[in-house]
Design a protein around this ligand. Structure first.
Ligand code: S3P
Length: 450
C-alpha cells in the first residue's frame, strides 16, 4: 500500500543511454528545518526551492497547526510567519507526520520545551519506528511522553512547563536525535550541550547560526560538541534550498550503469556530512565529476556530471563514511550489482530502522533479481556480476519506503529483464517528479506490473 492511497504498481525496463540534465528537487533535510525554524522565528521567513514532497508538506501542515502562517507562493517559493521560540500553540488535532521520521522527531524536539500537549501519528512505516531515541533525551528537559509499546507512535508528548537545559551524548549516529535535542534546547534557559561521537548532517547547526542563535561547535576527542544558548530571538531568513544530494543519487547511479549515458545534475548540495556516496562511487571507478563548484546559502554546491562507467569495481565502503551516505546505501547496492567483485558495507545497523529495514528490503529484492547478497545485523555485501550480466525479471516490494522503490526502478534500467515494483506511491514522499525526470533522460518506467 502506498502511504496516501491505493498501491501504484510500476515496471522499469532496460533502456538506451540516459542523456540530458536532471534538475532534482530541493533538499529534504534542509526543507524540514527551514519550515520549523521559520515557524520559531519572529517575522517572515522566505524559502525558495522548497521540496514539495509529501514529507515536507506534512511538516508545513504541522507548523500551521502550531500557529505559524505558512504560505505556498508557487514554484517552490514559500513564506512562514513564525510565532517565536516558545510561541507554539497547542494544536486542535492530532499531528500526522505521514511517512516522515525527520518530520516527527524534529517537531517533537521543537515542542518538548513548550507548555503544550501534542499527539503524533504517522503511516504504518512511521508508526513502527523507534521514538525512544528522541523521547529519552526530551525527558531530561522535563517533557513526558506516552506512546505504544516499544516507544512507538501514536504518541502523546506533554511539553515541559519549566524546561531545564541538558547535556546529552547522542548514543546512535543520528542527525534527527541531535536536532531534536537542539530544537528543544531553544526554549530552555541556559546552555544545552550535545555531543556526537560521529559527525552527522549538520544542517540544523548551520541554520540555527543563520537564524541568529548563539551556537558553537567544537571538535574534541569525544567527538563534535555543540553548545546552544537557549531562548534566543530567532531572526527570519531568506533560505535558498540547494538540490538534494540524496535525490541526485538516483540519476547519477542510473547514468553509471546504463551504457552510453551522460547526465548532468546541476546545483547539488555537497555538504561533507552528506556527500559520502559520491566519494564511494569514485572509489569504485565511477566517471563522476564535480563542475562549477561554489557556495550557495552557506552550503557547498556543484554540478554533478555522471557518465556510463564500464569498469566499476566492488569496494569496502569505509564504515566511518556511513553517516554521510546513510540514505544512499540502497542505491549504492544497485550500482554494486553491476560492478566486478564484492562491495562490503559495514557499520550500517541504522539501515534496519529507516522507513523500512533497508538491508532486508534490498537484499530480498536484489536476490529475487539474480544478485548475490549476504547480510548480518550491521553489515551486508553485494557480489557484482558486471555490466550486462544482472538478470532482473522479478517484482520487488517497496515496503512504504521511497528510497527502496526508486532503487529498484534504477535497477530495472540496466538488467536483462524488466524489474517490477508492488508500489511506487512512496516515491512522492521525497522525489515527486522522479518518473518524469527519469523518463525525460530516456528511462522507461510504466505504471503497471509488466
Ligand atoms: C535526516 C537524518 C537521517 C536520514 C534522514 C534525514 C535528517 O536520519 O536518514 O533521511 O534530516 O536529519 P537519522 O537521524 O535517523 O540517521
Amino acid at each position: 500500500m502506498s502511504s496516501h492511497g491505493a498501491p501504484v504498481p510500476m515496471t522499469s525496463r532496460p533502456c538506451g543511454p540516459l542523456k540530458g540534465e536532471a534538475r532534482v528537487p530541493g533538499d529534504k533535510s534542509i526543507s524540514h528545518r527551514a519550515l520549523i525554524l521559520g515557524a520559531l522565528s519572529v517575522g517572515e521567513t522566505r524559502i525558495s526551492g522548497l521540496l514539495e514532497g509529501q514529507d515536507v508538506l506534512d511538516t508545513a501542515k504541522a507548523m500551521r497547526a502550531f500557529g505559524a502562517e505558512v504560505t505556498d507562493h508557487g514554484e517552490g517559493n514559500w513564506s512562514v510567519h513564525g510565532v517565536g521560540v516558545g510561541g507554539f500553540a497547542e494544536p486542535e488535532n492530532v499531528i500526522d507526520c505521514g511517512n516522515s521520521g525527520t518530520g516527527v522527531r524534529l517537531i517533537m524536539g521543537a515542542v518538548a520545551t513548550s507548555p503544550v500537549t501534542v499527539t503524533f501519528t504517522g503511516d504504518a512505516s512511521l508508526n513502527g519506528r523507534p521514538m525512544a531515541r528522541v523521547t529519552d533525551p526530551l525527558a531530561l528537559f522535563g517533557a513526558r511522553s506516552y506512546g505504544r509499546a516499544g516507544g512507538r507512535l501514536p504518541m502523546t508528548l506533554v511539553g515541559a512547563p519549566d524546561p531545564v537545559p541538558v547535556n546529552y551524548t547522542v548514543p546512535v549516529p543520528s542527525a534527527q536525535v541531535k536536532s531534536a535535542v537542539l530544537l528543544a534546547g531553544l526554549n530552555a534557559p541556559g546552555k544545552t550541550v550535545v555531543t556526537e561521537a560521529e559527525a552527522t548532517r549538520d544542517h540544523t547547526e548551520r541554520m540555527l547560526a543563520g537564524f541568529g542563535a548563539e551556537i558553537t561547535v567544537e571538535e574534541t576527542e569525544a567527538g563534535r560538541v555543540i553548545t546552544l544558548t537557549g531562548q534566543p530571538e530567532l531572526k527570519p531568513q531568506h533560505i535558498e534550498v540547494p538540490r538534494d544530494p540524496s535525490s541526485a543519487a538516483f540519476p547519477v547511479c542510473a547514468a553509471l550503469i546504463v551504457p552510453g549515458s551522460d547526465v548532468l545534475v546541476p546545483g547539488i548540495g555537497l555538504n561533507p556530512t552528506r556527500a559520502g556516496l559520491f566519494a564511494s562511487l569514485r572509489d569504485m571507478g565511477a566517471d563522476l565529476t564535480y563542475e562549477n563548484e561554489r557556495t550557495e546559502g552557506g552550503e557547498p554546491v556543484a554540478d554533478l556530471r555522471a557518465r556510463f562507467s564500464p569498469d566499476l569495481q566492488g569496494i569496502e565502503v569505509p564504515p566511518a563514511r556511513a553517516a554521510s551516505m546513510i540514505d544512499e546505501y540502497p542505491v549504492l547496492s544497485v550500482v554494486a550489482a553491476f560492478a566486478r567483485g564484492e562491495t562490503v558495507m559495514r557499520g550500517v545497523k541504522e539501515l534496519r530502522v529507516k522507513e523500512s529495514d533497508r538491508i532486508d528490503a534490498m537484499a530480498t529484492g536484489l536476490r529475487a533479481n539474480g544478485v548475490t547478497v549476504e547480510d548480518g545485523p550491521d553489515w551486508w555485501t553485494v557480489t557484482g556480476a558486471g555490466h550486462g550480466n544482472v538478470p532482473g525479471g522479478a517484482t520487488c516490494a517497496s515496503h512504504l519506503d521511497h528510497r527502496i522503490a526508486m532503487s529498484f526502478l534504477i535497477l530495472g534500467m540496466a538488467t536483462q529483464k524488466p524489474v517490477s515494483l508492488d508500489d511506487g506511491g512512496p516515491v512522492a514522499t521525497s522525489f515527486p517528479v522522479f518518473e518524469q525526470l527519469m523518463s525525460g533522460l530516456g528511462a522507461q518506467i510504466q505504471r503497471s506490473n509488466r
